[in-house]
Design a binder for this molecule. Sequence first.
Ligand code: HSE
Length: 322
Amino acid sequence: MKNIKISLLGLGVVGSKLLDYVRENGSELSRRLEVQLSIDKVFVRDVAKRRAVDVSDLILTNDPYEAVKDGDIVVECLGGSGAQQTREIVLSAIKAQKAVIMSSKKCLALYGREITDAVRENQTYFRYDATVGGCIPVSSVLESMGKCEKINKIYGICNATSNYILDEMQNNSTYASALQKAKEKGFAENDPGDDVDGFDALYKSVILAGFGMGHWIDCDTIAPTSIKSITAEDFCKARQKESAIKPIFSVENKDGRYSCFVGPSAVSRDSILASVKGSNNMIVISSSESGERAFYGQGAGAKPTASAMFDDLVKTIKEIRH
Ligand code: HSE
């Protein structure tokens, strides 16, 4: 039976939840996939820090390259800060022909072209589902659609925090209290400015275009609109027009010209996007052959994100086990 070692990078909210999933499901997974599965080394910035999760059976290191060295699959849960350092670690893992699973969307959006080129050149395995759409298996969808269809447009709602805040404000909450609740529920980034000002959705749009349309849009060329500009009067006007205000993203390829929009918009109350409530996301993919297909699910929080990573882990094990 093949022994597959996982190197885990980061033991924050998502990394810890993923560790729980591996511990809970690891032996069943090993039995079904006929592999020996172990978490080998874990990179954490502070080895001595007290943690909510039991680390007594893990080898912790504050050297990310040490963690990467011996693993077969490198699972990156480093969070939003330090995109440049994450890039270096991920590229070193790919060049060492490790299979890589990423969750840091900012890093993938900024360096996606370089990372995917390195994956191709080194002929290794790469998955990124946790970067976009929470538990929606968007990478598998794009992968299978991309085989025979041309994707023209991808749009919808991909920031749970903004959607939650706008929904709460629509129900007469203040912006500050809605944001506070989104933080308490674990939807918001460490810096919630990325969520409310549209940068998180911008990174996700770039990733979707990169994998779905094969074109990496330069993040600097997109100017997102913040939801902070929305006032009570806007909600009132939208209500009069039987609309709801939602945090919309859209990327489009029109004859090789790419455009991207991220910002709050009024959508008809009867539209499917208006039905996306709270922390849910919806990603609509419009392609030459199938028309529009919509994918819906929880877009934020430790459990949906770690579950997306766990799915990526299962797929990767299936790919590398022989
Ligand atoms: N802060 C992100 C959001 C988390 O609210 O959508 C999931 O990427």
